[in-house]
Design a protein. Structure first.
Length: 186
C-alpha cells in the first residue's frame, strides 16, 4: 500500500463523474455544453481537491451522478413503461445502491429527492405509476442487503452504529463536533 494506491479510487471516480457529466450535458444541451460542463466540473477547486483525497465522497458523487443520468435517459423516452426506459430506471436504482454502499443512505435520499422534485417541477408525478418501483426496490435491496448483513454478522452492533449514530445522532447532538444540528447546514 502506498499513497498513490490510496488516492487512486477517488481520482478514478472523479474522472468517471466528469465523463458522465459531459455525456449528460451533451444529451441535454449539445456537444459544446457537454464539453463546458465537464471542464467546469473538472476545474472546480473543491472537486479537484476531493479527487486527490482518500475519501469516499467522489464515489458517492460518481454513483449519484450516474443514477441521475440514467434516470434522465429514461425520462427522454415516450413513456416510463417502455422497456428501454425501464432498463434505464433499473440502472439508476443499481447506481443508487452502489452509492449507498459507498457512503450510506444519503445516496438513496438525495437521488429520490432530486427525481421527485424534478418530476414535480415538470408536472410528471403521475408518470411514477408507470415506473417499475417494486423492481427498483428489489434491485436496490439485492445489492445493499448482503453487505449490511455481513457487516452486522462480523461486527455486532454495526447496523445501530452506522444507521443510528452515523446518520442521525451525530447531526442532532453536540457529542462529536460541538455545534449539533447546525453542523448539517454548514
Amino acid at each position: 500500500m502506498n499513497e498513490f494506491a490510496v488516492r487512486l479510487p477517488a481520482a478514478l471516480f472523479s474522472i468517471g463523474q466528469v465523463v458522465i457529466t459531459a455525456a449528460l450535458a451533451e444529451a441535454m444541451l449539445g456537444a459544446t455544453a457537454g464539453f463546458l460542463a465537464a471542464l467546469a466540473l473538472a476545474l472546480s477547486p473543491l472537486f479537484f481537491s476531493l479527487a486527490r483525497f482518500a475519501t469516499l465522497d467522489p464515489a458517492l458523487a460518481f454513483f449519484l451522478t450516474a443514477a441521475l443520468a440514467a434516470f434522465y435517459a429514461a425520462s427522454r423516452r415516450d413513456s416510463f413503461a417502455l422497456p428501454s426506459a425501464r432498463r434505464w430506471i433499473l440502472a439508476s436504482s443499481a447506481m443508487l445502491a452502489l452509492g449507498t454502499l459507498a457512503k450510506g443512505p444519503v445516496a438513496l435520499l438525495l437521488g429520490v429527492a432530486i427525481v421527485f422534485i424534478w418530476l414535480a417541477s415538470e408536472r410528471r408525478l403521475a408518470e411514477t405509476r408507470r415506473m417499475p418501483i417494486v423492481l427498483c426496490a428489489l434491485i436496490y435491496c439485492v445489492i445493499v442487503t448482503p453487505w449490511f448483513v455481513l457487516m452486522e454478522l462480523r461486527n455486532p452492533g454495526f447496523l445501530n452504529f452506522f444507521f443510528i449514530h452515523e446518520h442521525l445522532q451525530r447531526y442532532v447532538s453536540s457529542n462529536e463536533h460541538g455545534w449539533g444540528l447546525w453542523f448539517s447546514f454548514q
